[in-house]
Design a protein around this ligand. Structure first.
Ligand code: MG
Length: 381
């Protein structure tokens, strides 16, 4: 029993994927154990998690916690991600914060269950190189890449096409022009998934889907022109893979993030978890697929167009989008200004070809700062 115990480090433990990861771990007390927890701002929830899960290592973005008997507090996420006892590192942070810890964990031979897609968008080539060179797998936790990964398992033949599904987000069925006055509260009402704030806004603009295309391109080495997106309102088919002979595999199940989390934690095994919902085909009834109309989602093509240029472009796109989403959530800009902020920022970007990790992080930070300054009416640099 002791040998089968898998020890888990979680970065971003108080966020949506972090808390759902802990919920999966709760279902398997004899098989999964928390060894390290890190959160950004929510010390109250982190303290509760420490009491319940008794990790050995902890990091809070607010600085050291007051009382922590028997716990080692580490000063940064890289140290936490490479702590000696972890068998797997769950990276569930938001934005650029998860990048260095992901690369460090991979280089230290710790498989990374990756929920933070910006990590791949910002530095896809470098992250994949760290995985390849150390022979350490990246286990996708995002539902669409997880679906692609599950469909590709056991296949050795060439993939002809990835078909990534999109729910269409909070405003599906509405025209872009009718969204000028929508509030953050309206945009945060996702029709099918329970997720964090940044990703829920990105789902409403379909920026999230553009990032998933970039993510799939790097994770699976599939050329961009072989990746398609279709609107699938029910969020039951999580993505599909077409092989050379035209056969298509789909991965299907209820829209619940605990499925892809559990798949990553137990890979290559699977476990019965009675606390997860079971899919009922007859209850679902029908599955629908529609064209994704680019005019309804201007962020999608804009983001992909720039991200496909490579170099520091994808990093700058991620930084600009992060700022635009924050500005919208803070009511500083309209929902429909999100693509304008991204576009204006990218028009000012000086790209670097073959960037280092530092260059990529620098480009993401530059874009974020530029977009914030631009929106505040300050002269951006
Ligand atoms: Mg997703």
């Amino acid at each position: 029993m002791g040998e089968r115990l898998k020890r888990v480090a979680i970065l971003g433990s108080t966020g949506s994927v972090g808390t759902q990861t802990l919920d999966v771990i709760r279902s398997f007390p004899g098989e999964l154990r928390v060894v390290a927890l890190a959160s950004g701002r929510n010390d109250k929830l982190l303290q509760e998690q420490i009491l319940e899960f008794r990790p050995r290592y902890v990091h809070s973005g607010n600085g050291p916690l007051p009382q922590s008997d028997g716990i080692t507090q580490v000063s940064d996420l890289v140290q936490l991600a490479t702590c000696p006892d972890a068998d797997i590192v769950v990276v569930a942070t938001v934005g650029v914060a998860g990048l260095r810890p992901t690369i460090a964990a991979l280089r230290a031979g710790r498989p990374v269950a990756l929920a933070n897609k910006e990590v791949i968008v910002i530095a896809g080539e470098q992250v994949m190189a760290a995985s390849r060179e150390s022979g350490t797998p990246i286990l996708p936790v995002d539902s669409e890449p997880s679906a692609v990964w599950q469909c590709m398992a056991g296949e050795t033949a060439a993939v002809r096409r990835l078909i990534i599904t999109a729910s269409g987000g909070a405003f599906r069925g509405r025209t872009w022009d009718s969204l000028a006055d929508v509030s953050p509260e309206e945009a945060l009402k996702h029709p099918t998934w329970r997720m964090g704030r940044k990703i829920t806004i990105d789902s409403a603009t379909l920026a999230n889907k553009a990032f998933e295309v970039v993510e799939a391109h790097y994770l699976f080495g599939i050329p961009y022109e072989q990746i398609e997106v279709v609107i699938h309102r029910q969020s039951i088919v999580h993505s599909m893979v077409e092989f050379a002979d035209g056969c298509v595999k789909a991965q299907i199940g209820p829209p619940d993030m605990r499925f892809p989390i559990q798949v990553a934690l137990f890979h290559p095994d699977r476990r019965a978890n009675p606390r997860l919902p079971r899919w009922n085909a007859v209850e679902t009834g029908s599955l629908t697929f529609e064209n994704m109309e680019p005019a309804r989602y201007p962020c999608f093509n804009l983001i992909l167009e720039y991200a496909m240029r490579g170099g520091t472009w994808p990093a700058a796109v991620a930084g600009a989008d992060e700022a635009a989403v924050d500005l919208f959530l803070g009511r500083a800009i309209r929902f429909t200004s999100i693509p304008e902020v991204i576009k204006t920022t990218l028009a000012a970007h000086s790209p670097i070809e073959s960037p280092s990790v530092d260059d990529a992080i620098g480009a993401a930070r530059w874009a974020r700062d530029f977009a914030m300054a631009f929106a505040a009416g300050r002269a951006p640099r």
